[in-house]
Design a protein around this ligand. Sequence first.
Ligand SMILES: CC(C)(COP(=O)(O)OP(=O)(O)OC[C@H]1O[C@@H](n2cnc3c(N)ncnc32)[C@H](O)[C@@H]1OP(=O)(O)O)[C@@H](O)C(=O)NCCC(=O)NCCS
Length: 153
Amino acid sequence: MTSKNGVTSKNLTWVHRLDEVDLDELSRLYRLAPLGNKPPEALATVYGNSRYACFVYAGDVLVGAGRALADGVDCAYIADVAVHPEHQGRGLGSDIIRKLVELAAGHKKIILYAAPGTEAFYRGLGFLHMNTAMGIWSDPRRAVDIGLLSPED
Ligand SMILES: CC(C)(COP(=O)(O)OP(=O)(O)OC[C@H]1O[C@@H](n2cnc3c(N)ncnc32)[C@H](O)[C@@H]1OP(=O)(O)O)[C@@H](O)C(=O)NCCC(=O)NCCS
C-alpha cells in the first residue's frame, strides 16, 4: 500500500507533506511521546519553515514525526523527532533520523541537540559531540534545570 505522496514499508506509511497531516494529531503525538506542549499553530509555522519533514502512520494513526531546517549547502538542523510510546523501541526513531539525514545529504554539517538521556541514541546513529556548541535560549534557567545548558562558569 502506498499513499499519494508516501512510501510504505513494515506496514508504516511515510508522508513528507505537511498539508497531509492533521496538526492537532501532530500536537497530540508530541504530548504523548512526550516531547512537550507544541500547539498546532506553532507546528504549522515550524514545519512550514522546515525544508524536510517526515510523518509516519501506522494505519490512520500518526506514530512518528521529525523535521530538519536546512540552508541547502552548509547546515541542516534536525529537530522535533518523536515516536508514539506504543511504537517506541522498534527502530522507528532510528529510521526517522536516518531518513532526515538522507534528505539532508550534501550539507557540510547536520546538527541537533539531544534531549538529556538520549545522547546514546544519537551516537548510535553516527552523531558525535560538538565540543564548542553554544546557544541562546528564551528561557535559559529552565534549560539549565533540565540539563540542556551549562550555567555560566
Ligand atoms: C527518542 C525516540 C525518538 C527514540 O525512538 P525509538 O523508536 O524509541 O528508538 P529506536 O527503537 O529506533 O531505538 C534505537 C536505539 O536507541 C536506543 N534508545 C532509544 N531511546 C533511547 C533513549 N531515550 N536513551 C538512550 N537510548 C535510547 C534504543 O535502545 C536502541 O538501541 P539498540 O539499537 O541498541 O537497541 C523516542 O523514544 C521518543 O520519541 N522519545 C520521546 C521524545 C524524545 O525524547 N525525542 C528526542 C528529542 S532529542
